[in-house]
Design a protein around this ligand. Structure first.
Ligand SMILES: Cc1ncc(COP(=O)(O)O)c(C=O)c1O
Length: 413
């Protein structure tokens, strides 16, 4: 039995007040709160075994190396990678995506090739490909979206994924409107034409079971802070054969095997891609976050969030006249992200109003400006839930939105 109140107790921040009101934290797509277990893992490292990894023979260094590599193994297991060597630590998902753009793409994309993305991409999975396309004389193709429910038009995929497609780089769950893309099917179509497949799982892996074997992808990105872990740590999964063929991204210490004045040879995976002293504490903290998620169970997290989404969509129905909620109505086809817009009140004003009620949502373009253009808005208000949110918090959100609409339409407050 999923015990949300028990889970909430693990998150010290959730008991704080904002403007004397209980905090209702609904900005999880931006970053998530951290359980005591993750915070404690950071404290344990700094208080108990702080040392640099890999190079030391002394006990602290060995302990730090062991825990740090153990965390890599947890990430590998969490997403079904064959080996921890296929997990490269990065600072965040943006760096993971840039790593692929600056290495694999620079080496493999040629003039006339096509890179296929969706309209939902976070700028981090779009802007790097724009540069690759410009540098190489390749082009970007954007899969089409259906107006009715803002989902991908799968009937037209063959017009876009063609023998010219060299890379399919697609987001699994949209941070902008919460839609879950049929990435398995897209990957299958891309494979059939010999393309490489990258999945941006930054927003999906924290909320539902993700398995790189099932997705049959070559690359997949994660950001620790979106899944209960610390900021400053992310991961790139890469299929071993591909990583082995790739040139390093950053050069320096740790990533080399032998160095002469005029040349160097590269270390084995994954260190070939990890120049310099890594973010040891936060990698260990990321590992603790994965332990936490696995203890709750990703299927349970997903079920809880489907129930929250169903509750939210039902509650927002009451406001149908004043508010557009983007994305499909079926909670199974989306994450617990409710992105909405009203002509009555600008999203920023709405966000400020909600904040005074202790409710944290994000307003703006959510780093998805092209998507906002497709939707015909410049910004939305976005409430994004996680495993610790409750139906009561959704009710508080909807109640506050109702009062805001009244306030801004007739000043009645
Ligand atoms: C779908 C998606 N991809 C990539 C990113 C970039 O993540 P980070 O800012 O941690 O690099 C985000 C962040 O919001 C995201 O939601």
């Amino acid at each position: 039995m999923y015990d949300v109140q028990k889970i909430r107790k693990d998150f010290p921040i959730l008991s704080r007040k904002v403007y004397d009101k209980p905090l209702v934290y609904l900005d999880n797509a931006a970053t998530t709160q951290k359980p005591r277990q993750v915070i404690q893992a950071l404290v344990d490292y700094y208080e108990g075994y702080n040392a640099n990894v890999h190079r030391g023979v002394h006990a602290l260094s060995q302990e730090a190396t062991e825990r740090y590599e153990e965390a890599r193994g947890k990430v590998a297991r969490f997403i079904g990678a064959e080996s921890p060597d296929e997990i490269i630590w990065t600072r965040n998902a943006s760096e993971s995506l840039n790593l692929v753009a600056y290495t694999w793409a620079q080496e493999n994309i040629r003039e006339g090739d096509e890179i296929v993305v969706t309209p939902y991409e976070h700028h981090s999975n779009l802007v790097p490909w724009q540069k690759v396309a410009r540098d190489k004389g390749a082009s970007l193709r954007i899969l089409p979206m259906r107006e009715e429910d803002n989902s991908l038009d799968m009937e037209r995929v063959d017009e876009f994924i063609t023998p010219r497609t060299k890379l399919l780089a697609v987001v699994h769950m949209s941070n902008g409107i919460g839609i879950i893309n049929p990435v398995e099917e897209l990957a299958r179509r891309a494979r059939a034409v010999g393309a490489t497949v990258l999945i941006d799982a930054t927003q999906s892996a924290p909320h539902l079971p993700v398995d790189v074997q099932g997705l049959d992808c070559d690359f997949l990105t994660l950001s620790g802070h979106k899944m209960l872990g610390p900021t400053g740590i992310g991961a790139l999964y890469g299929r071993r054969e591909i990583l082995e063929r790739m040139e390093p991204f950053l050069r320096g210490g740790e990533m080399v095997l032998e160095v002469w004045y005029d040349r160097a040879t590269w270390n084995d995976l994954p260190m070939k891609f990890e120049a310099g002293t890594p973010n040891i504490a936060d990698a260990i903290g990321f590992g603790a976050a994965i332990d936490y998620l696995e203890a709750v169970g990703m299927e349970n997290v997903r079920d809880h969030e489907i129930a929250l989404t169903a509750h939210a969509l039902e509650a927002f129905k009451e406001l149908e006249e004043e508010i557009d909620v983007f994305g499909p109505r079926d909670p199974e086809r989306r994450g617990a992200i409710i992105s909405f817009h009203s002509d009555i009140v600008h999203p920023h004003d709405l966000g400020t109003f909600l904040d005074r009620d202790g409710i944290a949502v994000r307003t703006g373009h959510h780093c998805t400006m092209p998507l906002m253009r497709e939707l015909g808005v410049i910004a939305t208000a976005r409430a994004s839930c996680y495993l610790y949110n409750t139906e009561e918090e959704i009710d508080a959100l909807v109640d506050s939105v109702k009062r805001a609409l009244r306030y801004f339409s007739d000043g009645a407050g």
